[in-house]
Design a protein around this ligand. Structure first.
Ligand code: S3P
Length: 229
């Protein structure tokens, strides 16, 4: 396995417990940054053609971990990618080394109580199919939290915040690392030429957070905002 010395911002790796929101946050980040999104578990499912519980059943956790390391080795060599990992990816020192040296690692830190609420009806996570899943999550959290912290370049406190909030927190924190988009691409203005009733339309990604760009443009009392944020 090859490990490069340089830190690539174009490879963003989300780590954290089951139910922390890695997949949801990862998909949204990738969409906004125009990067490819890959979920390590889903890639393994696609490759093997069977579910995660089936892999655990046939090959045990050990077999699954081997596949996970191979997949992480492949994914972390792809350019322009956001990777959502499985919660146990940090258990292997090799995975930790791979992640830390090949990408920017973001830990979504969510308290065990919330993780439990989010995963309690899930049958797809073999490690939680036990009599007392609440206690199991607490144990796994105690064991893994120090490892997540060890490998993370950035820690996002998840709490009850929705995925959108976490996405924005990550984007803000990484702003310095990501190359800034040229100013003229941030906002484009179209003029709807209707004589006296003419009006401008300002279009751009993330504009609602850029009051400094919009406010100087507003000449009328009323504005309409169309957003999918
Ligand atoms: C695991 C987490 C799962 C999956 C497997 C093992 C873990 O991924 O990789 O069930 O050890 O925490 P998610 O974190 O996406 O649920």
């Amino acid at each position: 396995i090859w490990i490069s010395g340089e830190l690539r911002v174009s490879c963003l790796i989300l780590i954290g417990m089951m139910g922390a929101g890695k997949t949801t946050v990862g998909k949204e980040l990738a969409r906004r940054r125009k990067l490819r999104f890959a979920d390590c578990d889903h890639e393994i499912i696609a490759r093997t053609g069977v579910s995660i519980p089936t892999i655990f059943e046939i090959e045990g956790e050990e077999g699954f971990r081997r596949r996970e390391t191979h997949m992480m080795d492949e994914l972390t060599q792809e350019p322009d990618i956001v990777i959502a990992t499985g919660g146990g990816v940090v258990l292997s020192p090799l995975n930790r080394e791979l992640m830390r040296t090949r990408g920017v690692v973001v830990y979504l830190n969510v308290p065990p109580q919330i993780l439990y609420e989010r995963t309690r009806h899930d049958r797809n996570r073999p490690l939680l199919q036990v009599d007392n899943p609440r206690q199991r999550i607490e144990e796994l959290f105690q064991q893994r939290d120090p490892l997540y912290r060890e490998v993370a370049h950035l820690i996002i406190e998840g709490g009850r915040g929705n995925p959108g909030t976490m996405v924005r927190m990550i984007e803000n924190a990484l702003q310095k690392l990501w190359p800034a988009e040229p100013e003229d691409e941030l906002m484009r203005t179209l003029n709807v030429a209707l004589g006296e009733r003419a009006y401008p339309i300002h279009i751009g990604r993330g504009l609602l957070e850029r009051a400094d760009l919009i406010l100087p443009q507003l000449k009328t009392k009323r504005v309409a905002i169309v957003t999918n944020d």
